[in-house]
Design a protein around this ligand. Structure first.
Ligand code: G3P
Length: 217
C-alpha cells in the first residue's frame, strides 16, 4: 500500500519523506487554510520535495471553472494530481482533465456507485472518506471493500485512495482490504510505530543492560 501524507505542513512531510515513507501528498482547502500558506507557493514546495503525486484541489463548483482551475494548478509541477469533488460537474471536469493526460483525484466519495462513476470518468484516484462515514456510525471500511470488489470485477485502473483516515486501525484495515493508497495525517503514520509491548520490552532490555556495566561506544 502506498502512503500519501494528508497535510500541507512542509516540515512534517519532509520528516517522513526522509525515511522514504512518502509516496505522495494530498491537500484540500481546509489543509491549505490550516497551513496559513498561499496555495501555489506551498504546493510548489511540496512538489519539489516529493516525487509522487501531490493532490491540489479545485474550488469552483461548475465544470468549466474546475477545468480552468485544474489546468492552472497543473502548471505548478508535473506531479500535480488535480482534485475535484464527486459531483456531476466534478465528473465532467475529471473526464476533460484526464483526457488531457492529467492525474485526477476525485474526492468526497461516500458510496460505491460514486466510485464506479469516477472510474468511468477516467479518475486516476478515487478518495472514499472513511472517518466521516464512521462519524455517522456507518462503516467506512465496508465502502473501501465494496469499491475494491467492483474495481477488481471490471479491472478498472483507478486507484483506491483511502482518505479521512483518523486512526492506526484505519491504516491496518485499509491495507488488509487492499486499498492501493492510504492518505493519513503525519501523526497517524508515526503512531503506527508504537506498541505497548515494544516499550515494555525495551525498558526491560535497558534495565538488564545497565546491570552489565558495559558500553557499546
Ligand atoms: O483526505 C481527506 C481528509 O483530509 C479529510 O479528513 O479527518 O477532515 O475527515 P477529515
Amino acid at each position: 500500500m502506498k502512503f500519501f501524507v494528508d497535510t500541507a505542513d512542509i516540515d512534517a512531510i519532509a520528516e517522513l519523506n526522509d525515511l522514504g515513507m512518502v509516496d505522495g501528498v494530498t491537500t484540500n482547502p481546509s489543509l491549505i487554510m490550516k497551513s496559513g500558506r498561499d496555495i501555489k507557493e506551498v504546493t510548489k514546495e511540496i512538489c519539489a520535495l516529493v516525487k509522487g503525486p501531490v493532490s491540489a484541489e479545485t474550488v469552483a463548483t461548475d465544470a468549466d471553472g474546475m477545468i480552468a482551475e485544474g489546468r492552472e494548478l497543473a502548471r505548478i509541477a508535473d506531479n500535480i494530481a488535480v482534485k475535484v469533488p464527486l459531483t456531476w460537474a466534478g465528473l465532467k471536469a475529471c473526464r476533460t482533465l484526464a483526457d488531457e493526460g492529467r492525474m485526477v483525484n476525485v474526492t468526497l466519495c461516500f458510496s460505491a456507485n460514486q466510485a464506479l462513476l469516477a472510474a468511468k470518468a477516467g479518475a486516476t484516484f478515487i478518495s472514499p472518506f472513511i472517518g466521516r462515514l464512521d462519524d455517522l456510525n456507518l462503516d467506512g471500511m465496508e465502502l473501501i471493500s465494496d469499491i475494491r470488489e467492483i474495481y477488481d470485477n471490471y479491472e478498472f485502473k483507478t486507484e483506491i485512495l483511502a482518505a479521512s483516515i483518523r486512526t492506526t486501525n484505519h491504516m491496518y484495515e485499509a491495507a488488509m482490504i487492499g486499498a492501493d493508497v492510504a492518505t493519513a495525517p503525519p501523526k497517524v503514520i508515526k503512531d503506527m510505530a508504537g506498541h505497548v509491548l515494544t516499550d515494555k520490552g525495551l525498558a526491560a532490555f535497558l534495565d538488564d543492560w545497565g546491570k552489565t556495566g558495559q558500553k557499546i561506544i
